[in-house]
Design a protein around this ligand. Sequence first.
Ligand code: MHO
Length: 164
Amino acid sequence: MEKATFGAGCFWGVEHFFREVPGVSDAVSGYAGGHVENPTYRQVCTDTTGHAEVVEVTFDPAKVGYERLVDLFFKMHDPTQLNRQGPDFGTQYRSVIFTHSPEQKRIAQERKDALNAAHAFPRPVVTSVEDARPFWPAEDYHQRFLEKNNRPSCHVTYRELEGQ
Ligand code: MHO
């Protein structure tokens, strides 16, 4: 099993998305990239912790490649929005890939560069590719939040994207 960590706005929808991808065995909402240990959601919402809302994905590389996860990440949110995603503003909503190996770093950077080279979006991709930092799981009530609360996602869902 391998890990991948993505920030693409409110983690509720990001977690929900990756949970549905075949080959993904777990997706946990949490915080990473900041300087506060064991942060709470309330602290992160003050926009002073440096943390982003992220999802730590556990996947079986024999079933789904890291490239595929990165490509899905770039399709399931708008990576041209700086420090915001849809209705949510602030650095906690930044678009970021935390890489867990030199290979992940190379792949993530290559995919980002390829999108920019192809002018895949009307504006440049602003996703930052950073070495993985400590991941702090979010409070229990944030895990599987959409399912528990029967709320629609702010993000496209995997089924919608893949037409299933
Ligand atoms: N706009 C969202 C943000 C939640 S997310 C966990 C809300 O309904 O509060 O940042």
